[in-house]
Write a protein that binds this ligand. Structure first.
Ligand SMILES: *[C@@H]1O[C@H](CO)[C@@H](O)[C@H](O)[C@H]1NC(C)=O
Ligand SMILES: *[C@@H]1O[C@H](CO)[C@@H](O)[C@H](O)[C@H]1NC(C)=O
Ligand SMILES: *[C@@H]1O[C@H](CO)[C@@H](O)[C@H](O)[C@H]1NC(C)=O
Ligand SMILES: *[C@@H]1O[C@H](CO)[C@@H](O)[C@H](O)[C@H]1NC(C)=O
Ligand SMILES: *[C@@H]1O[C@H](CO)[C@@H](O)[C@H](O)[C@H]1NC(C)=O
Ligand SMILES: *[C@@H]1O[C@H](CO)[C@@H](O)[C@H](O)[C@H]1NC(C)=O
Ligand SMILES: *[C@@H]1O[C@H](CO)[C@@H](O)[C@H](O)[C@H]1NC(C)=O
Length: 362
């Protein structure tokens, strides 16, 4: 091996590449001409090398040369024919080595290249899936640089590689490069004309290629849905079924226009009574019982004590007022004629006690 030292000149043209092996001491020279080799970044998982080994200043083909070819850590093979192919190559870096061992010299030349057959893709994420804001921040993260064909761009609403479907549009001036060629952020403005809806954010198609020439491809996370809603949840209190009760206990239903989070019993404002029970029937329907302590009960849900998934705080509820009154038995029999079972239990009473909803608010 000490006889020869080599250096090479690599001509970066499609298939032609020249490796030069130079002799030091005896003036002889071994040259490897690569007539065909894969690109430095190849989107093929196969590779074919065609080469010739020349010796001496006149570039004679090498007779009596033993030529071996070696791929990565594989066992070397004879390749006097000057051609060798490999297939089923794994992703990543590879090294190909040609060695000669003959009377005119001993030496090796190698060629490195990278196999990349995986198309580049990008993931889209927004700061939130549900919002009541006027805009959302969107991150676009590429799996690898995708700069062939100009790469990711968003110069105007109509020339942006992030597509927005629905009641919103991209705000190109907000484009920000978080990591060159890999990560970008941009704001998407949501329509103020529409109270609720959704926008779909999705990567463009085929707009760039990676260094090996693989075309951009969408994948599962190349799109993102943003639901927007600026409607504050309304809430209504009402008495359930027959309120005429002698139990001094008033059943109430609390209905939100849409599901809310974190609503609990301590959020109900009560005067003239106290909470007896609280049941969550669903995220938007609650039933409670209020025990009356006075003749007048007033119950309401104040505004902004709970919110929906988009962050809207609730509107104030109606104020439910309940009055306790006593009436002579004869009157009560007429007024609650329909509620037979109650009449039966009231017969022995001199008068009946009722809670009733004030007509103006029920
Ligand atoms: C070259 O070939 C000769 C004879 O086959 C062998 O003895 C020698 O070890 C080889 N040298 C190298 C560097 O492979
Ligand atoms: C080829 O790759 C090997 C190992 O990955 C490295 O040591 C060598 O310097 C590379 N050669 C060239 C010409 O890039
Ligand atoms: C976008 O990326 C930045 C930096 O990595 C991060 O701080 C931010 O939370 C990300 N935003 C979204 C919407 O994912
Ligand atoms: C984005 O929306 C927020 C509130 O929703 C607003 O304060 C901010 O100014 C908006 N940004 C842009 C660039 O419009
Ligand atoms: C897509 O996003 C989901 C949720 O964030 C995650 O669980 C999944 O692993 C992602 N898929 C890919 C291919 O990155
Ligand atoms: C009700 O929710 C509030 C937060 O809004 C919390 O501070 C409080 O502890 C909760 N009370 C009960 C009884 O769960
Ligand atoms: C409740 O929140 C709204 C905004 O969502 C605000 O305009 C209003 O002043 C708030 N009311 C109270 C009593 O804090």
């Amino acid at each position: 091996m000490g006889l020869l030292k080599f250096s090479w000149v690599i001509l970066f043209c499609w298939v032609f590449l020249l490796l030069r092996l130079k002799a030091l001491s005896d003036g002889s020279e071994v040259t490897v001409n690569f007539l065909k080799a894969p690109l430095a970044f190849s989107h093929l998982n196969s590779a074919t090398f065609v080469f010739e080994v020349l010796v001496g200043g006149n570039g004679d083909t090498c007779s009596n040369c033993r030529i071996t070819c070696k791929l990565d850590e594989r066992i070397p093979s004879d390749c006097e024919a000057g051609e060798v192919s490999y297939s089923d190559l794994q992703e990543g870096n590879h090294i190909f080595e040609v060695c000669t061992n003959g009377s005119q010299g001993v030496g090796c030349a190698s060629y490195n290249w990278t196999v990349d057959t995986v198309p580049p893709t990008a993931y889209v994420t927004a700061s939130t899936s549900f919002t009541n804001a006027l805009n959302v921040s969107v991150n676009i993260s590429f799996s690898e640089p995708c700069t062939g064909g100009g790469g990711f761009g968003c110069s105007s609403v109509n020339a942006c590689n992030l597509l927005v479907y629905g009641a919103g549009q991209v705000m190109p001036s907000s484009l920000n490069i978080l990591q060159p060629n890999l990560k970008f952020s941009v704001l998407v403005g949501l329509s103020t004309n529409v109270q609720y809806g959704r926008v779909i954010l999705v990567m463009d198609k085929n707009f760039c290629t990676d260094s090996a020439g693989n075309k951009f491809a969408r994948s599962t996370n190349s799109s993102f849905f943003v639901h927007f809603d600026s409607q504050r949840p309304a809430v209504k209190l009402s008495t359930t079924s027959n309120i005429r009760t002698r139990e001094h206990r008033v059943p109430i239903s609390i209905k939100f226009m849409k599901p809310v989070f974190g609503f609990n019993s301590s959020h109900i404002s009560i005067s003239g009574g106290h909470l007896q029970s609280f049941h969550e029937m669903s995220r938007s329907i609650y039933t409670v019982e209020i025990q009356a302590d006075n003749d007048f009960l007033s119950i309401n849900v104040p505004e902004n004590i709970t919110g929906d998934v988009a962050g809207n705080k609730n509107l104030p509820s109606n104020v439910l007022q309940v009055r306790h009154y006593s009436v002579p038995l004869i009157t009560s029999v007429i007024s609650i004629f329909a509620t037979a079972s109650f009449v039966a239990t009231s017969v022995s009473c001199r008068s009946a006690h009722y809670f009733d909803c004030m007509p103006s608010v029920c």
